[in-house]
Structures are given as C-alpha cells and as structure tokens.
Ligand binder design. Structure first.
Ligand code: ZN
Length: 253
C-alpha cells in the first residue's frame, strides 16, 4: 500500500478523491504522518503497515482544517502531537468538521479524531527528530493552510494545492484569491528544488510536472476572475465542476 517516493518518505493514496497520506520515517523508525486518510479502514491498515515495518508513529501534521486532512483513528496512538498551524488548529470547530465528514464519508468517530495541536506561533520547522520538515505558509485554500518541505529528501508535501485532479479551490473569505496566487508563487521556488511533490489529492509529481500544475493553476485563476469558462481538463470531474461553479458564483463572475 505504501509507495516509497524518496529515501525516507512514503505515500499511500486512497481511491476516493485520490486522497494521499504521507509518512516520513526517521532513522529509529519514528514516523511523522502528514494528513493520514481517508476511510476508517484505510487508517487501520496504515497503522498495520507501519507496525509490520517496525515503525512507530511519533507525530503528525495536518496541512489544513478540512475534515479529510485532520483525521485520526483508534488504531493510531492517542498520545502523540498532531500539529497544525495556530490558524488551522483554531479555524473550524470539531462539530462542524464532524458534520461535514458525516455528510461526505460517514463512519469516522469524531470523539477519536478530536482536534489538532497548534504549533507555537511562527514555528518554521516541526520539532521532531526525523528529517528536517519546514512549514511553509500557503494560505488561500483554507485558514492556516501550510505545506511541508523536506529539503534533505527533495520532497514537498503540498496539502490541497498542485493537484492534477482538482482546480484551485478557494477559501470563502475575501482575500483568498490573492493569497492563493502568492502561495503558488512561493511554492514555485520550492518546487524548483524538489524531486517529488505530493498533492493532497492526485498523483505524485516531479518538479517539471509540478511546475506545469502551477502554470495551470494560475491560468485557472485568471479565467475564474475574468468570468471565462476555463478550458481545464480537471473540470471534467462533475464534483470539481460543481466546486468551480460554486466559487465562480461566490466571486460574482
Ligand atoms: Zn482541503
């Protein structure tokens, strides 16, 4: 189930919305889970695979406060930090996330999922003993959205950006569009020095492919704001098309 993408990073992808979970492994087998997902059964089998490899979960990181990126399971240890940026950790009440999850994909026990652990303000690297994990603020999709850069691995775990299956989906606050564009610019510099880019939904990319996705995302946002129907193959998915139409309506274009 786990696919190795660099010396110390593995990724698994759920068939539902091609949702990715990333595992960063330290020398001693301590693991950092990034956005572990997606179904309750997926999480049980993820823990089983980690145990089978002699690894143990030491910490987790949630890229942003959407229900499919804050998940947890009774199969996973309940005494490890599950970091998020301070804005992400406080953005959305658990009851709201639980209600969204119950509507989209029932079965998660929200009393187990609970909440994330806010990182101290202005944290730039995760306080763990494994490969250096740099937190890059990339707002626009959700409050406090952050990507994780593992420089020694040449890996960027992008969160819900740089997807080949979803167009940029904007947070519904007023400044999201500009914030999203700035986040794309910030990631362009990081991506240029990476070998592997992991989107929250979709296929793992190399730097060239991730660069094409950044260009496609800018084009999509240009068309969205100009009120032009984008010629974007990602809109062939009815779910993504519906999200596109909803955000076009919100922007009044
Ligand atoms: Zn999201």
């Amino acid at each position: 189930m786990l696919e190795q993408v660099s010396a110390r990073v593995w990724v698994t992808t759920s068939p539902t919305w091609l949702t990715t979970s990333s595992v960063v492994v330290a020398d001693d087998g301590a693991c950092l889970l990034v956005d572990p997902a997606l179904t309750p059964a997926d999480l049980v089998s993820l823990q089983g695979e980690l145990t089978g490899r002699g690894w143990h979960v030491a910490a987790a990181f949630s890229t942003h406060p959407h229900w499919d990126h804050v998940l947890w399971s009774e199969a996973l240890p309940d005494d490890v930090p599950r970091w998020a940026t301070p804005a992400a950790a406080t953005a959305c009440p658990d009851e709201e996330l639980a209600a969204q999850a119950a509507r989209d994909l029932p079965g998660h026990r929200w009393d187990v999922v609970g909440g994330t652990t806010p990182l101290p303000p202005d944290t730039t690297e995760l306080p763990w003993t494994g490969p250096r994990a740099v937190v890059i603020a990339t707002p626009g999709h959700a409050p406090g959205h952050a990507s994780l850069h593992l420089p020694a691995e040449g890996v960027l775990v992008a969160g819900d950006m740089l997807s080949d299956v979803e167009v940029p989906l904007l947070d519904d606050d007023g400044g999201a569009l500009d914030a999203y564009r700035r986040s794309l610019q910030r990631l362009a510099d990081v991506v240029a020095g990476c070998d592997v880019v992991v989107p929250g939904h979709g296929r793992v990319a190399d730097a060239a492919e991730a660069g094409r996705r950044i260009d496609a995302d800018h084009r999509y946002l240009d068309d969205l704001t100009a009120g032009v129907d984008p010629l974007d193959p990602r809109l062939g998915d009815p779910r993504v098309r519906a999200e596109h139409e909803a955000q076009a309506a919100r922007l009044g274009v």
